[in-house]
Design a protein around this ligand. Structure first.
Ligand SMILES: [Zn+2]
Length: 462
């Protein structure tokens, strides 16, 4: 259907161009068609081009001949010793068809030549079984869903359209992002809203072959607006359970304390969470890093551990390596979220390697928040080289331009990651997860199977 629409577009374009470029019009139109129409084979490209060329050139010649005007057909006919104009109309149509067909074929091959590597890499990444360990559910709030929920809750957003909201997604640092992030989260009021938000994320990552997720949620972003803790967690939990049953995605849930707020506020959140202890696997620490070191939350992390929660913290994203030391020594976390800045400190790298402390990296987030200037500077390859248990995740995918596949793809493309490095990243994510050793083993075996059986055999993927 889309091909047919493109085909009629091709004819229209050829007719329009014909006014200015009689000879080359059909070739140019064919080239554009071949390059952009969703064609599946060279034969298809040629056939469409041929047909369109024949219609346009044959049609033109026929009409003009019918009007008894001196036309190309008669001129060429004369060159061939006076062949009748009508038989030349047929030959002209054939000639136009060949021009159109060849133009379309060259366009199609050009697209294959320039686009092939990317498409093949994207397909390959799609097939990798993946685990996501660094994802803020509020950061998966797509503008379309935000507007839909705002409408049903009678909330007016500061932006008049989805487009104007998307335009605001250009940040210079973590704080500028957080300002929009908290504005968006304000439309979440009812349990159904939290369910819809979580379900949208889970169906999206299911389509990207993500089989295990460890999801952050920020209770204080909601309880500070008088939305009750149970409303938030009920909606999220229901969606996670539904995804487990219907999509086969296993999950863990991590409650994050907002570090720009006080430790007392975190203690209140810990207290509110206790009736739902069985649904929550761990606690984390996120929001504005600079000026809010992990040491500020040492007591509440100790108390959280005493209730059986596992511990993680964001550290070393914008903040210095010192914050990573604090997260390890004072908060006693088992995993560092981001941790980019560890590379500033050789002794810290040694500690992270020796103790196999995972770093959950988020490449697209790093570029968007100017933690790095461009993807080519991303430290993940260097970290793998040093033996760090580095993993790749999406952080706040609705705001940073991509979910798991896009993060893998952009990183692989920019850093020329090898197949071995990609496999290591996929294995590391399961290794760093909170799944049981048996579950980890099962997933890692599937990752290895995928890489070993895949037709994708180049050492260098780009
Ligand atoms: Zn994060």
């Amino acid at each position: 259907m889309r091909n047919l629409l493109c085909f009629f577009g091709l004819i229209l374009l050829a007719v329009l161009l014909h006014q200015f470029l009689p000879w080359y019009a059909i070739v140019i139109a064919g080239l554009l068609f071949g390059a952009f129409a969703p064609l599946s084979s060279a034969g298809e490209a040629f056939a469409y081009g041929l047909l369109a060329g024949a219609i346009v050139w044959g049609g033109y010649s026929g009409i003009l001949n019918y009007q008894n005007e001196s036309i190309l057909a008669t001129r060429i006919g004369n060159m061939f010793g006076g062949l009748s104009a009508w038989s030349m109309v047929i030959i002209t149509a054939l000639l136009g068809g060949i021009y159109g067909g060849l133009g379309s074929l060259v366009g199609f091959w050009g697209r294959q030549l320039f686009g092939q590597g990317h498409t093949e890499l994207e397909d390959f990444i799609q097939g990798i079984p993946k685990a996501e360990l660094h994802l803020h559910i509020e950061g998966s709030f797509e503008p379309e869903l935000m507007f839909e929920i705002a409408k049903r809750n009678n909330i007016t957003l500061d932006y008049d359209s989805i487009e104007s909201l998307k335009k605001a997604y250009k940040f210079n640092n973590l704080q500028e992002f957080l300002d929009i992030y908290y504005t968006g989260a304000q439309v979440l009021i009812h349990e159904q809203d939290f369910f819809d938000l979580t379900w949208a994320y889970l169906t999206k990552v299911h389509s990207q072959n993500v089989v295990h997720v460890e999801v952050f949620f920020d209770p204080q972003t909601h309880t500070d607006r008088s939305v009750a803790f149970d409303v938030v967690i009920n909606g999220i939990h229901k969606a996670l359970e539904k995804a487990k049953a219907e999509l086969g995605i296993s999950y863990k849930l991590i409650m994050s304390y907002l570090r720009h707020l006080s430790e007392e506020a975190a203690f209140e959140t810990l207290e509110s969470s206790l009736p739902f202890k069985d649904w929550i696997d761990g606690v984390g620490l996120d929001s504005s890093e600079m000026g809010n070191p992990p040491s500020k939350f040492a007591k509440v992390f100790k108390a959280s551990a005493s209730h059986g929660y596992k511990l993680v913290a964001h550290a070393g994203e914008e903040g210095p390596a010192e914050y990573i030391w604090e997260a390890l020594d004072l908060l006693k976390v088992v995993r560092i979220d981001h941790g980019n800045r560890c590379l500033d400190d050789e002794a810290l790298v040694q500690r992270i390697v020796e103790q196999k402390i995972p770093l959950t990296l988020c490449p697209l987030s790093n570029v968007e928040l100017k933690v790095i200037q461009k993807m080519e500077e991303h430290p993940v390859a260097e970290m793998l080289e040093k033996g760090i248990l580095a993993t790749i995740h999406s952080d706040d995918p609705a705001y940073f331009g991509g979910y798991m596949n896009e993060n893998y793809y952009e990183t692989a493309k920019a850093l020329n990651l090898t197949e071995d490095q990609l496999m290591q990243l996929a294995i590391n994510a399961f290794e760093a997860s909170w799944l049981s050793p048996e579950e980890k083993g099962k997933h890692i075996a599937q990752v290895k199977d995928y890489f070993h059986s895949s037709k994708y055999s180049q050492k260098q993927v780009v």
